[in-house]
Design a protein around this ligand. Structure first.
Ligand code: AMP
Ligand code: MG
Length: 427
């Protein structure tokens, strides 16, 4: 296997390894630079939620197609209501979905309902609430101005109006708009099928967990959720033991998918065979070791066109590495315009100490006080402590060179789930 020039190799001192590892931004560039959007497919609107547009949407229609009423009430000529109260003769009724061929004459009104087309001659609608119905006539109590309560043809969308660009995620409003434009199908990028492999002799599936010292495989389940949340299609291939032959078989099988995410076995331990096995399968190691915490060992290997993300095994390292690298990579493969999580500014609420040399992703709780967002460390930051990740709403990004970060410092926080922030009570 061709290894990058910086490849630290085994037996290196931790200090040397740190120096030869790449920084987070470079690691991201290496991975994203290797990936392109997959192909496209056409889906029905009923299956389009969360998918990514592989076509630019330009309106071919006028919406609404005709001037129509925004209210239940009476279509009038506004001049006829200049002096109120005004009595008008009701000459027709136009329910939604119907039209009248009759034009409105002087001192005439037509009963009209929301969505019904405005009859010729009328230039306003008087709300029902501002009228009193009589026998064959209506008493208008409030003067109408020309254009009142009329939704103009094309006021939503005119022909040739740009609606959405390629790479836009299909949210409900856009799906509704496509339907309004008369579309029943839409061209989207294919969702990557992503194989998940756990490695480790100490692991056991959650339903087999007994008190024998083995560890429940949490990574594969967390990853599955991450992949699903990103909009890709996870396929779980089980736990592979720490043996080169077994790992080779599992990875060989996984190569039929669009991407592979494995956990564990990428460190320098005697049982860490992932890199070796992928080399035997013809892979090119593009990257190993990133200057970050948690999650320094990380193998990125291309086997043909299939990216393999060999993530570290510690549960938080797995999730944080997924966030930094795999999620953007999958979104790139899905043709997304926006592949990164939003980063927001917050004020650090307590002192934080770190060693220089690695970028830290610190699990934080976010609290809002007087419109200002404050970040609190969510608990023990060891890479095996999943609970502090469960409770975190974001990852505070601390640059490599930072060491002492005093309370009150403005920091950048990568948002894991924006919706959680509003639920957080003030303090
Ligand atoms: P490794 O990177 O294989 O040395 O694993 C590092 C640590 O992460 C070990 O303590 C493992 O027990 C733990 N670990 C590895 N894989 C998993 C997994 N799938 N679920 C939970 N913990 C894991
Ligand atoms: Mg292991």
């Amino acid at each position: 296997m061709r290894e990058p020039a910086r490849e630290p190799g085994h037996g290196q001192s931790p200090q040397a390894a740190e120096r030869t590892a790449v920084e987070v931004a470079e690691a991201r560039d290496i991975m994203l630079g290797s990936l392109r959007p997959l192909g496209t497919e056409t889906v029905g609107l009923g299956h389009a939620t969360g998918r990514v547009l592989a076509e630019a949407i330009v309106s071919e229609r006028t919406i609404p197609p005709r001037d129509n009423s925004a209210m239940d009430g009476y279509a009038v000529r506004s001049d006829d209501t200049a002096r109120v109260p005004a009595t008008l003769r009701v000459v027709d009724t136009i329910p939604a979905g119907h039209a009248t061929s009759r034009a409105l004459g002087p001192n005439e009104a037509m009963r009209i309902f929301t969505g019904a087309p405005i009859p010729p001659g009328a230039d306003a609608v008087v709300m029902q609430e501002h009228t009193e119905a009589g026998d064959g006539e209506v008493l208008v109590l409030k003067a109408a101005r020309s254009g009142d309560h009329i939704r103009r043809a094309g006021s939503d969308v005119a022909p040739d109006a740009p609606i959405a660009a390629t790479g836009t995620r299909l949210r409900p409003a856009l799906i509704g708009m496509l339907a309004a434009l008369g579309r029943t199908q839409v061209r989207v990028f294919r969702r990557p099928r992503v194989a998940i492999i756990a490695t480790g002799d100490e692991l056991v599936e959650p339903d087999r967990l007994i008190d024998d010292g083995r560890i429940g495989n949490s990574n594969s389940y967390g990853l599955r959720a991450c992949i699903e949340e990103a909009g890709a299609d996870p396929i779980y291939l089980g736990i592979a033991p720490d043996r080169p032959d077994a790992l080779r078989e599992t990875f060989r099988d996984a190569l039929r998918f669009d991407a592979i995410v494995s956990t564990g076995g990428v460190s320098v331990g005697d049982h860490d065979f992932i890199k070796q096995v992928l080399a035997e399968l013809g892979g090119t190691l593009r990257l190993w070791r990133v200057r970050m915490k948690p999650g320094a060992p990380l193998a990125f290997v291309m086997v043909g066109a299939v990216p393999v993300f060999g993530l570290p095994g510690n549960p938080v390292s797995t999730l944080v590495s997924f966030e930094q690298f795999v999620r953007p990579a999958l979104l790139r493969m899905m043709g997304h315009n926006e592949i990164f999580r939003p980063v927001e500014s917050a004020i650090l609420a307590e002192d934080f100490e770190k060693a220089a040399g690695r970028m830290h992703f610190v699990r934080v709780l976010l609290r809002i006080r007087e419109g200002q967002v404050y970040a609190f460390v969510s608990g023990d930051q060891s890479s095996g402590i999943l609970l502090s990740m469960v409770q975190a709403q974001g990852l505070m990004i601390l640059p490599e060179e930072a060491t002492h970060i005093p309370a009150g410092t403005r920091v950048q926080v990568q948002m894991l789930d924006r919706s959680d922030m509003r639920r957080t009570p003030g303090f």
